[in-house]
Design a protein around this ligand. Structure first.
Ligand SMILES: [Fe+2]
Length: 263
């Protein structure tokens, strides 16, 4: 199988690309305080990510390998599902190498290195979250070629990308799509508009999502342990079969059985 792996070629980043990282890093570091789960900022610190510039994947991987066995590998952009799942199952997190341009500071459609590395990598130092990511990859491999990948994509979207978590200090985010976005970091935990619903695996797997705006619904996990417990069976086929004849839910729908989290 073609693995899509490339070299990061760190030495080729220009000063203005490092400057873009610095701008994004400083802005997010400030806005995330009190809005992100504390272990995320621990991860940023322990991995040596800093405002100084774009990190080297080798340096991040050296620390990650010792802590949870993960590494960061460079890919040219979004990779096919089978490659993505296999890399995760092998504890390799694929990151793109390019960084957004100044005019894209607030939004770009395709993930860049700031989203992939700053957004995703800090939590890979957390053993439970790291295991969740690996199990997700294994579940993906088992689902390949079947009509259920959209259910796994929803699980990833509503946890890894846009998840919220309860902490002793209150509601926090941990999703990479949020922590790499200044405005959604504030919106997801402070704006009264979106629904915040306690995580339920089948509910999530039936729920559509928005890719063009802030989320209308966030799912809240009580802890990473509970997320991992709910998904570690990996073989979701009995659930896929159960859900197959049932209708999907709209991204903004609230059901009678939903357990709402109020802010
Ligand atoms: Fe992402």
């Amino acid at each position: 199988m073609k693995d899509y792996l490339i070299n990061q070629n760190w030495q080729d980043y220009t000063e203005s690309e490092h400057e873009m990282w610095r701008t994004l890093f400083k802005r997010q570091e400030k806005v995330l305080e009190g809005r992100v789960v504390p272990v995320f900022l621990d991860g940023v610190r322990e991995l040596g990510m800093a405002a100084s510039g774009i990190p080297r994947f080798e340096a991040l991987s050296d620390i990650l390998k010792q802590r949870t066995g993960w590494e960061v590998v460079a890919v040219p952009g979004l990779v096919p599902d089978d490659v993505f799942f296999r890399l995760l199952a092998e504890k390799k997190f694929p990151s793109t190498c390019f960084i957004r341009k100044p005019e894209q500071i607030d939004y770009l459609q395709e993930p860049d290195i700031f989203h992939d590395v700053f957004g995703h990598v800090p939590l890979l130092i957390n053993p439970i979250f790291a295991d969740y990511m690996q199990y997700y990859g294994e579940a993906g491999l088992k689902a390949l070629g079947q009509d259920c990948l959209h259910r796994l994509a929803r699980l990833y979207w509503y946890t890894v990308e846009f998840g919220l978590i309860q902490t002793d200090e209150g509601l926090r985010t941990y999703g990479a799509g949020i922590v790499s976005s200044y405005s959604e970091t504030i919106y997801c935990v402070e704006d009264p508009k979106p629904n915040r619903i306690m995580f339920d695996l089948k509910r999530v797997m039936r729920t559509n999502y928005r890719i063009d705006d802030f989320q209308e619904t966030y799912f809240v996990v009580p802890s990473f342990e509970s997320l991992f417990d709910a998904t570690k069976a990996q073989d979701f086929h009995p659930i896929y079969n159960e859900l197959a004849p049932l209708p999907d839910f709209a991204a903004n729908e609230v059901l009678k059985c939903d357990e709402l989290v109020l802010i």
